[in-house]
Design a protein around this ligand. Structure first.
Ligand code: SF4
Ligand code: ZN
Length: 272
């Protein structure tokens, strides 16, 4: 996942997983003097929620002496998530998390690249990954399962390689780590979380895990067994530059530009 001379950008939201990951990587990287660590937080613009998370992310970075960079949807796309969601409500489009996920992924990649990082570490844990796997199945998009993996190496200069060090670590363990290490993290949930299909899948999986301990890891391992077969199927898919923002995508427009254009949000930094 990581090399001794990597410049690693850690995506830090202020929640228990990302703050724990920052502390863990900081501890490990101390043994590698050529490695560098920076933290990136994305301010989506979720009123009454993100402000506290950013403060906590900043406090943790200061405690560890890690450089902290914050980027906002407002500055990147010209609108906050709250405002994008207000638009989407009147158009009856996607769920808040669908917009948030696509736009945040792009914000993280762009910022990691602009800060000279060659690795982007995210705190996706076992629970997140199993939810994503099932979401892809439920959405009828099994080919995306091929991309759910702990290391996504990129050959393209525009796409920073992504690593997920907590890939097979249960969420409950990252929470335990944070409590034991007395790490401060945000405990209030995002106001939009209950609207997502992911949240329903999370509830089902948590119920199953209580009745059948170890089930989440079994699901993850099952999908891992079929990953290489899925990869063979999608081999040859070429990435190209989005016609609007220039970021890499498989079609002529990236998902982020597509969703923003769909809502009539045309004013963005990339779009000029
Ligand atoms: Fe974004 Fe959804 Fe997470 Fe809220 S719960 S921060 S809207 S992805
Ligand atoms: Zn684009």
């Amino acid at each position: 996942m990581l090399r001794p001379n990597d410049r690693i950008a850690v995506a830090v939201s202020g929640g228990k997983d990302s703050v724990s990951l920052l502390h863990i990587l900081h501890r490990i990287e101390k043994r590698f003097p050529r490695a560098q660590l920076i933290a990136i937080s994305v301010d989506e613009g979720i009123r009454g929620y993100r402000e506290e998370a950013l403060k906590i992310a900043h406090e943790n970075c200061r405690r560890l002496g890690v450089e902290h960079v914050t980027v906002s949807f407002d500055e990147l796309y010209g609108e906050s998530l709250d405002s994008i969601i207000r638009r989407s409500r009147s158009h009856g489009k996607l769920t808040p998390c669908a917009y948030c996920g696509v736009l945040r992924r792009k914000a993280l990649n762009t910022t990691a690249r602009e800060t000279g990082s060659n690795k982007l570490a995210t705190a996706h844990n076992l629970d997140d990954e199993v939810q994503t796997m099932l979401l892809n199945v439920v959405h009828g998009d099994p080919w995306r399962l091929a991309r759910v993996e702990p290391v996504l190496t990129s050959e393209h200069l525009k796409l920073v390689s992504r690593v997920k060090p907590l890939f097979s670590v249960p969420e409950v363990e990252t929470a335990l780590y944070a409590y034991l290490m007395e790490i401060r993290f945000q405990t209030v949930p995002c106001p939009y979380v209950s609207e997502s299909l992911r949240n329903d899948i999370r509830t089902v999986l948590n119920g199953l895990e209580v009745k059948h301990p170890g089930m989440k890891l079994t699901v993850l391992r099952s999908f891992e067994r079929i990953r290489s077969a899925l990869k063979e199927k999608i081999e040859g898919v070429q990435l190209r530059e989005c016609e609007v923002c220039g970021e890499l995508t498989v079609g002529s427009l990236c998902r982020s530009c597509l969703s923003l254009m769909d809502l009539g949000v045309v004013k963005s930094k990339q779009q000029g």
